[in-house]
Design a protein around this ligand. Structure first.
Ligand code: GAF
Length: 383
């Protein structure tokens, strides 16, 4: 990302100097589909981010320019409506949510660029939302808390994209810390930072370069299955509020007889919450092989039980699972495409990528994306 290019383009478009905000994409070490079940997640912000330039206008217009789409979108802050430009709606959606919370916004110029690959499951949309929320907060002096920036982003995603998502992605983008993973309790919203000491290993993301179209509807269906399971357990245990409160014996007794599919999905989530707690201990103790093993187990559960994987993701995990220099691998995020996350010995990374690129092209006729990432700080003003 070239900051000087951003500033120069902003100036030539809007004849003003921008305030520049950066908000990163995220990875998730372990704890998938647990956030909307009030479980734990373990994401980290990465060194790929969305950058936003912003300045006030004298009128009530909102001028948005996207570097990727090379398009200008113009609207009014007094009458925010959905735009025909999909990319603009993530930004307008955040401005709308801020106003709905009673804050007053004026017109603004806005430029967006970044290097988070789109549709790769690295939460580029959450990064856009959090960058926008924070940029508006800083520009108009609103003093919105960082937690609310994340919640506003989540709401904008739910309303604009129609995905009933949890809080993990926006939270990670806002609260990321260099060289650390975040262990977030999605019930209390309390969190701790766990040092990510990889000791000769690195995090490698392998991008399938596919995003199967059922992803959003399947996500909402999985969430509904979890809520159904909770309802059935609740009939016997009224104090149960989410799968966080449920154990496998409850599912066995009160969900399995009613619906095997709902039972299987709920069991995955309950096990995944337990797996994360185990993984956090392993990471704290520096036991990377044990952490890696848990990641492989998560993938198996996501693929066979929760059924949110796809042939391309399964292929990439299968291909590395017996390599002694890959400690762990799994699909990451909502599923049905995007990236796998891999813990790979540094000296073997180049060979691994070369071999898998060839195998993946042969099997699917697709180009494999590969990024070695480091963890980074969350949303901030950069200039
Ligand atoms: C997507 C969602 F946006 C997150 O909230 C989370 O549920 C994730 O899928 C699955 O763990 O990224």
């Amino acid at each position: 990302m070239n900051l000087e290019h951003l500033k120069a383009t902003f100036k030539s478009l809007f004849h003003a100097d921008p305030l520049v905000v950066r908000s990163p994409g995220r990875i998730n070490i372990i704890g998938e589909h647990t956030d909307y079940n009030e479980g734990f997640v373990m994401p980290a912000a990465i060194d790929k981010a969305i950058y936003v330039g912003i300045s006030k206008r004298d009128d009530h217009e909102v001028h948005l320019f996207s570097e990727s789409y090379q398009k200008l979108d113009v609207s009014s802050i007094k009458d925010l409506k959905k735009s025909d430009n999909d990319w603009a709606n993530y930004i307008l959606g955040v401005a709308d949510q801020i106003q709905k919370r009673g804050y007053i916004l004026g017109g603004f110029n806005f430029y967006i660029d970044g290097d988070v690959p789109l549709g790769a499951g690295l939460s580029s949309s959450a990064a856009v939302e959090c960058a926008t929320g924070y940029a508006l907060d800083q520009l108009f002096g609103l003093s919105i808390s960082k937690m609310d920036i994340a919640l506003i982003g989540q709401k904008a995603e739910q309303i604009f994209a129609g995905v009933n998502c949890g809080i993990m992605d926006q939270f990670a983008s806002v609260f990321g810390k260099k060289d650390h993973a975040i262990m977030l309790d999605c019930r209390s919203m309390k969190y701790i930072y766990i040092p990510l000491e990889l000791d000769g290993y690195k995090l490698v993301l392998l991008n399938t370069n596919v995003k199967h179209s059922l992803a959003d509807s399947a996500y909402n269906k999985r969430r509904a299955a979890c809520e159904q399971g909770v309802e059935w357990v609740k009939e016997k245990f009224p104090n149960v509020n989410s799968l966080r409160d449920v154990d496998l014996s409850m599912l066995e007794a009160y969900v399995k007889p009613k619906d095997l599919d709902v039972y299987t999905k709920c069991s995955f989530v309950v096990q995944e919450i337990g797996r994360l707690l185990n993984a956090a201990e392993q990471l704290k103790n520096g036991n990377l092989p044990a952490l890696g093993k848990l990641m492989f187990e998560t993938h198996k559960g996501l693929s066979e039980d929760y059924q949110v994987s796809c042939a391309e993701l399964d292929f990439l995990v299968d291909a590395v699972k017996d390599l002694e220099y890959v400690l762990g691998a799994r699909m990451m995020g909502g599923g049905f495409g995007g990236c796998t996350i891999n813990i790979v010995k540094e000296e073997n990374i180049d060979d691994l990528i070369e071999n898998l690129t060839a195998q993946y092209a042969e099997k699917f006729g697709l180009k494999l994306g590969a990024y070695t990432v480091t963890t980074d700080m969350g949303t901030s003003v950069v200039s």
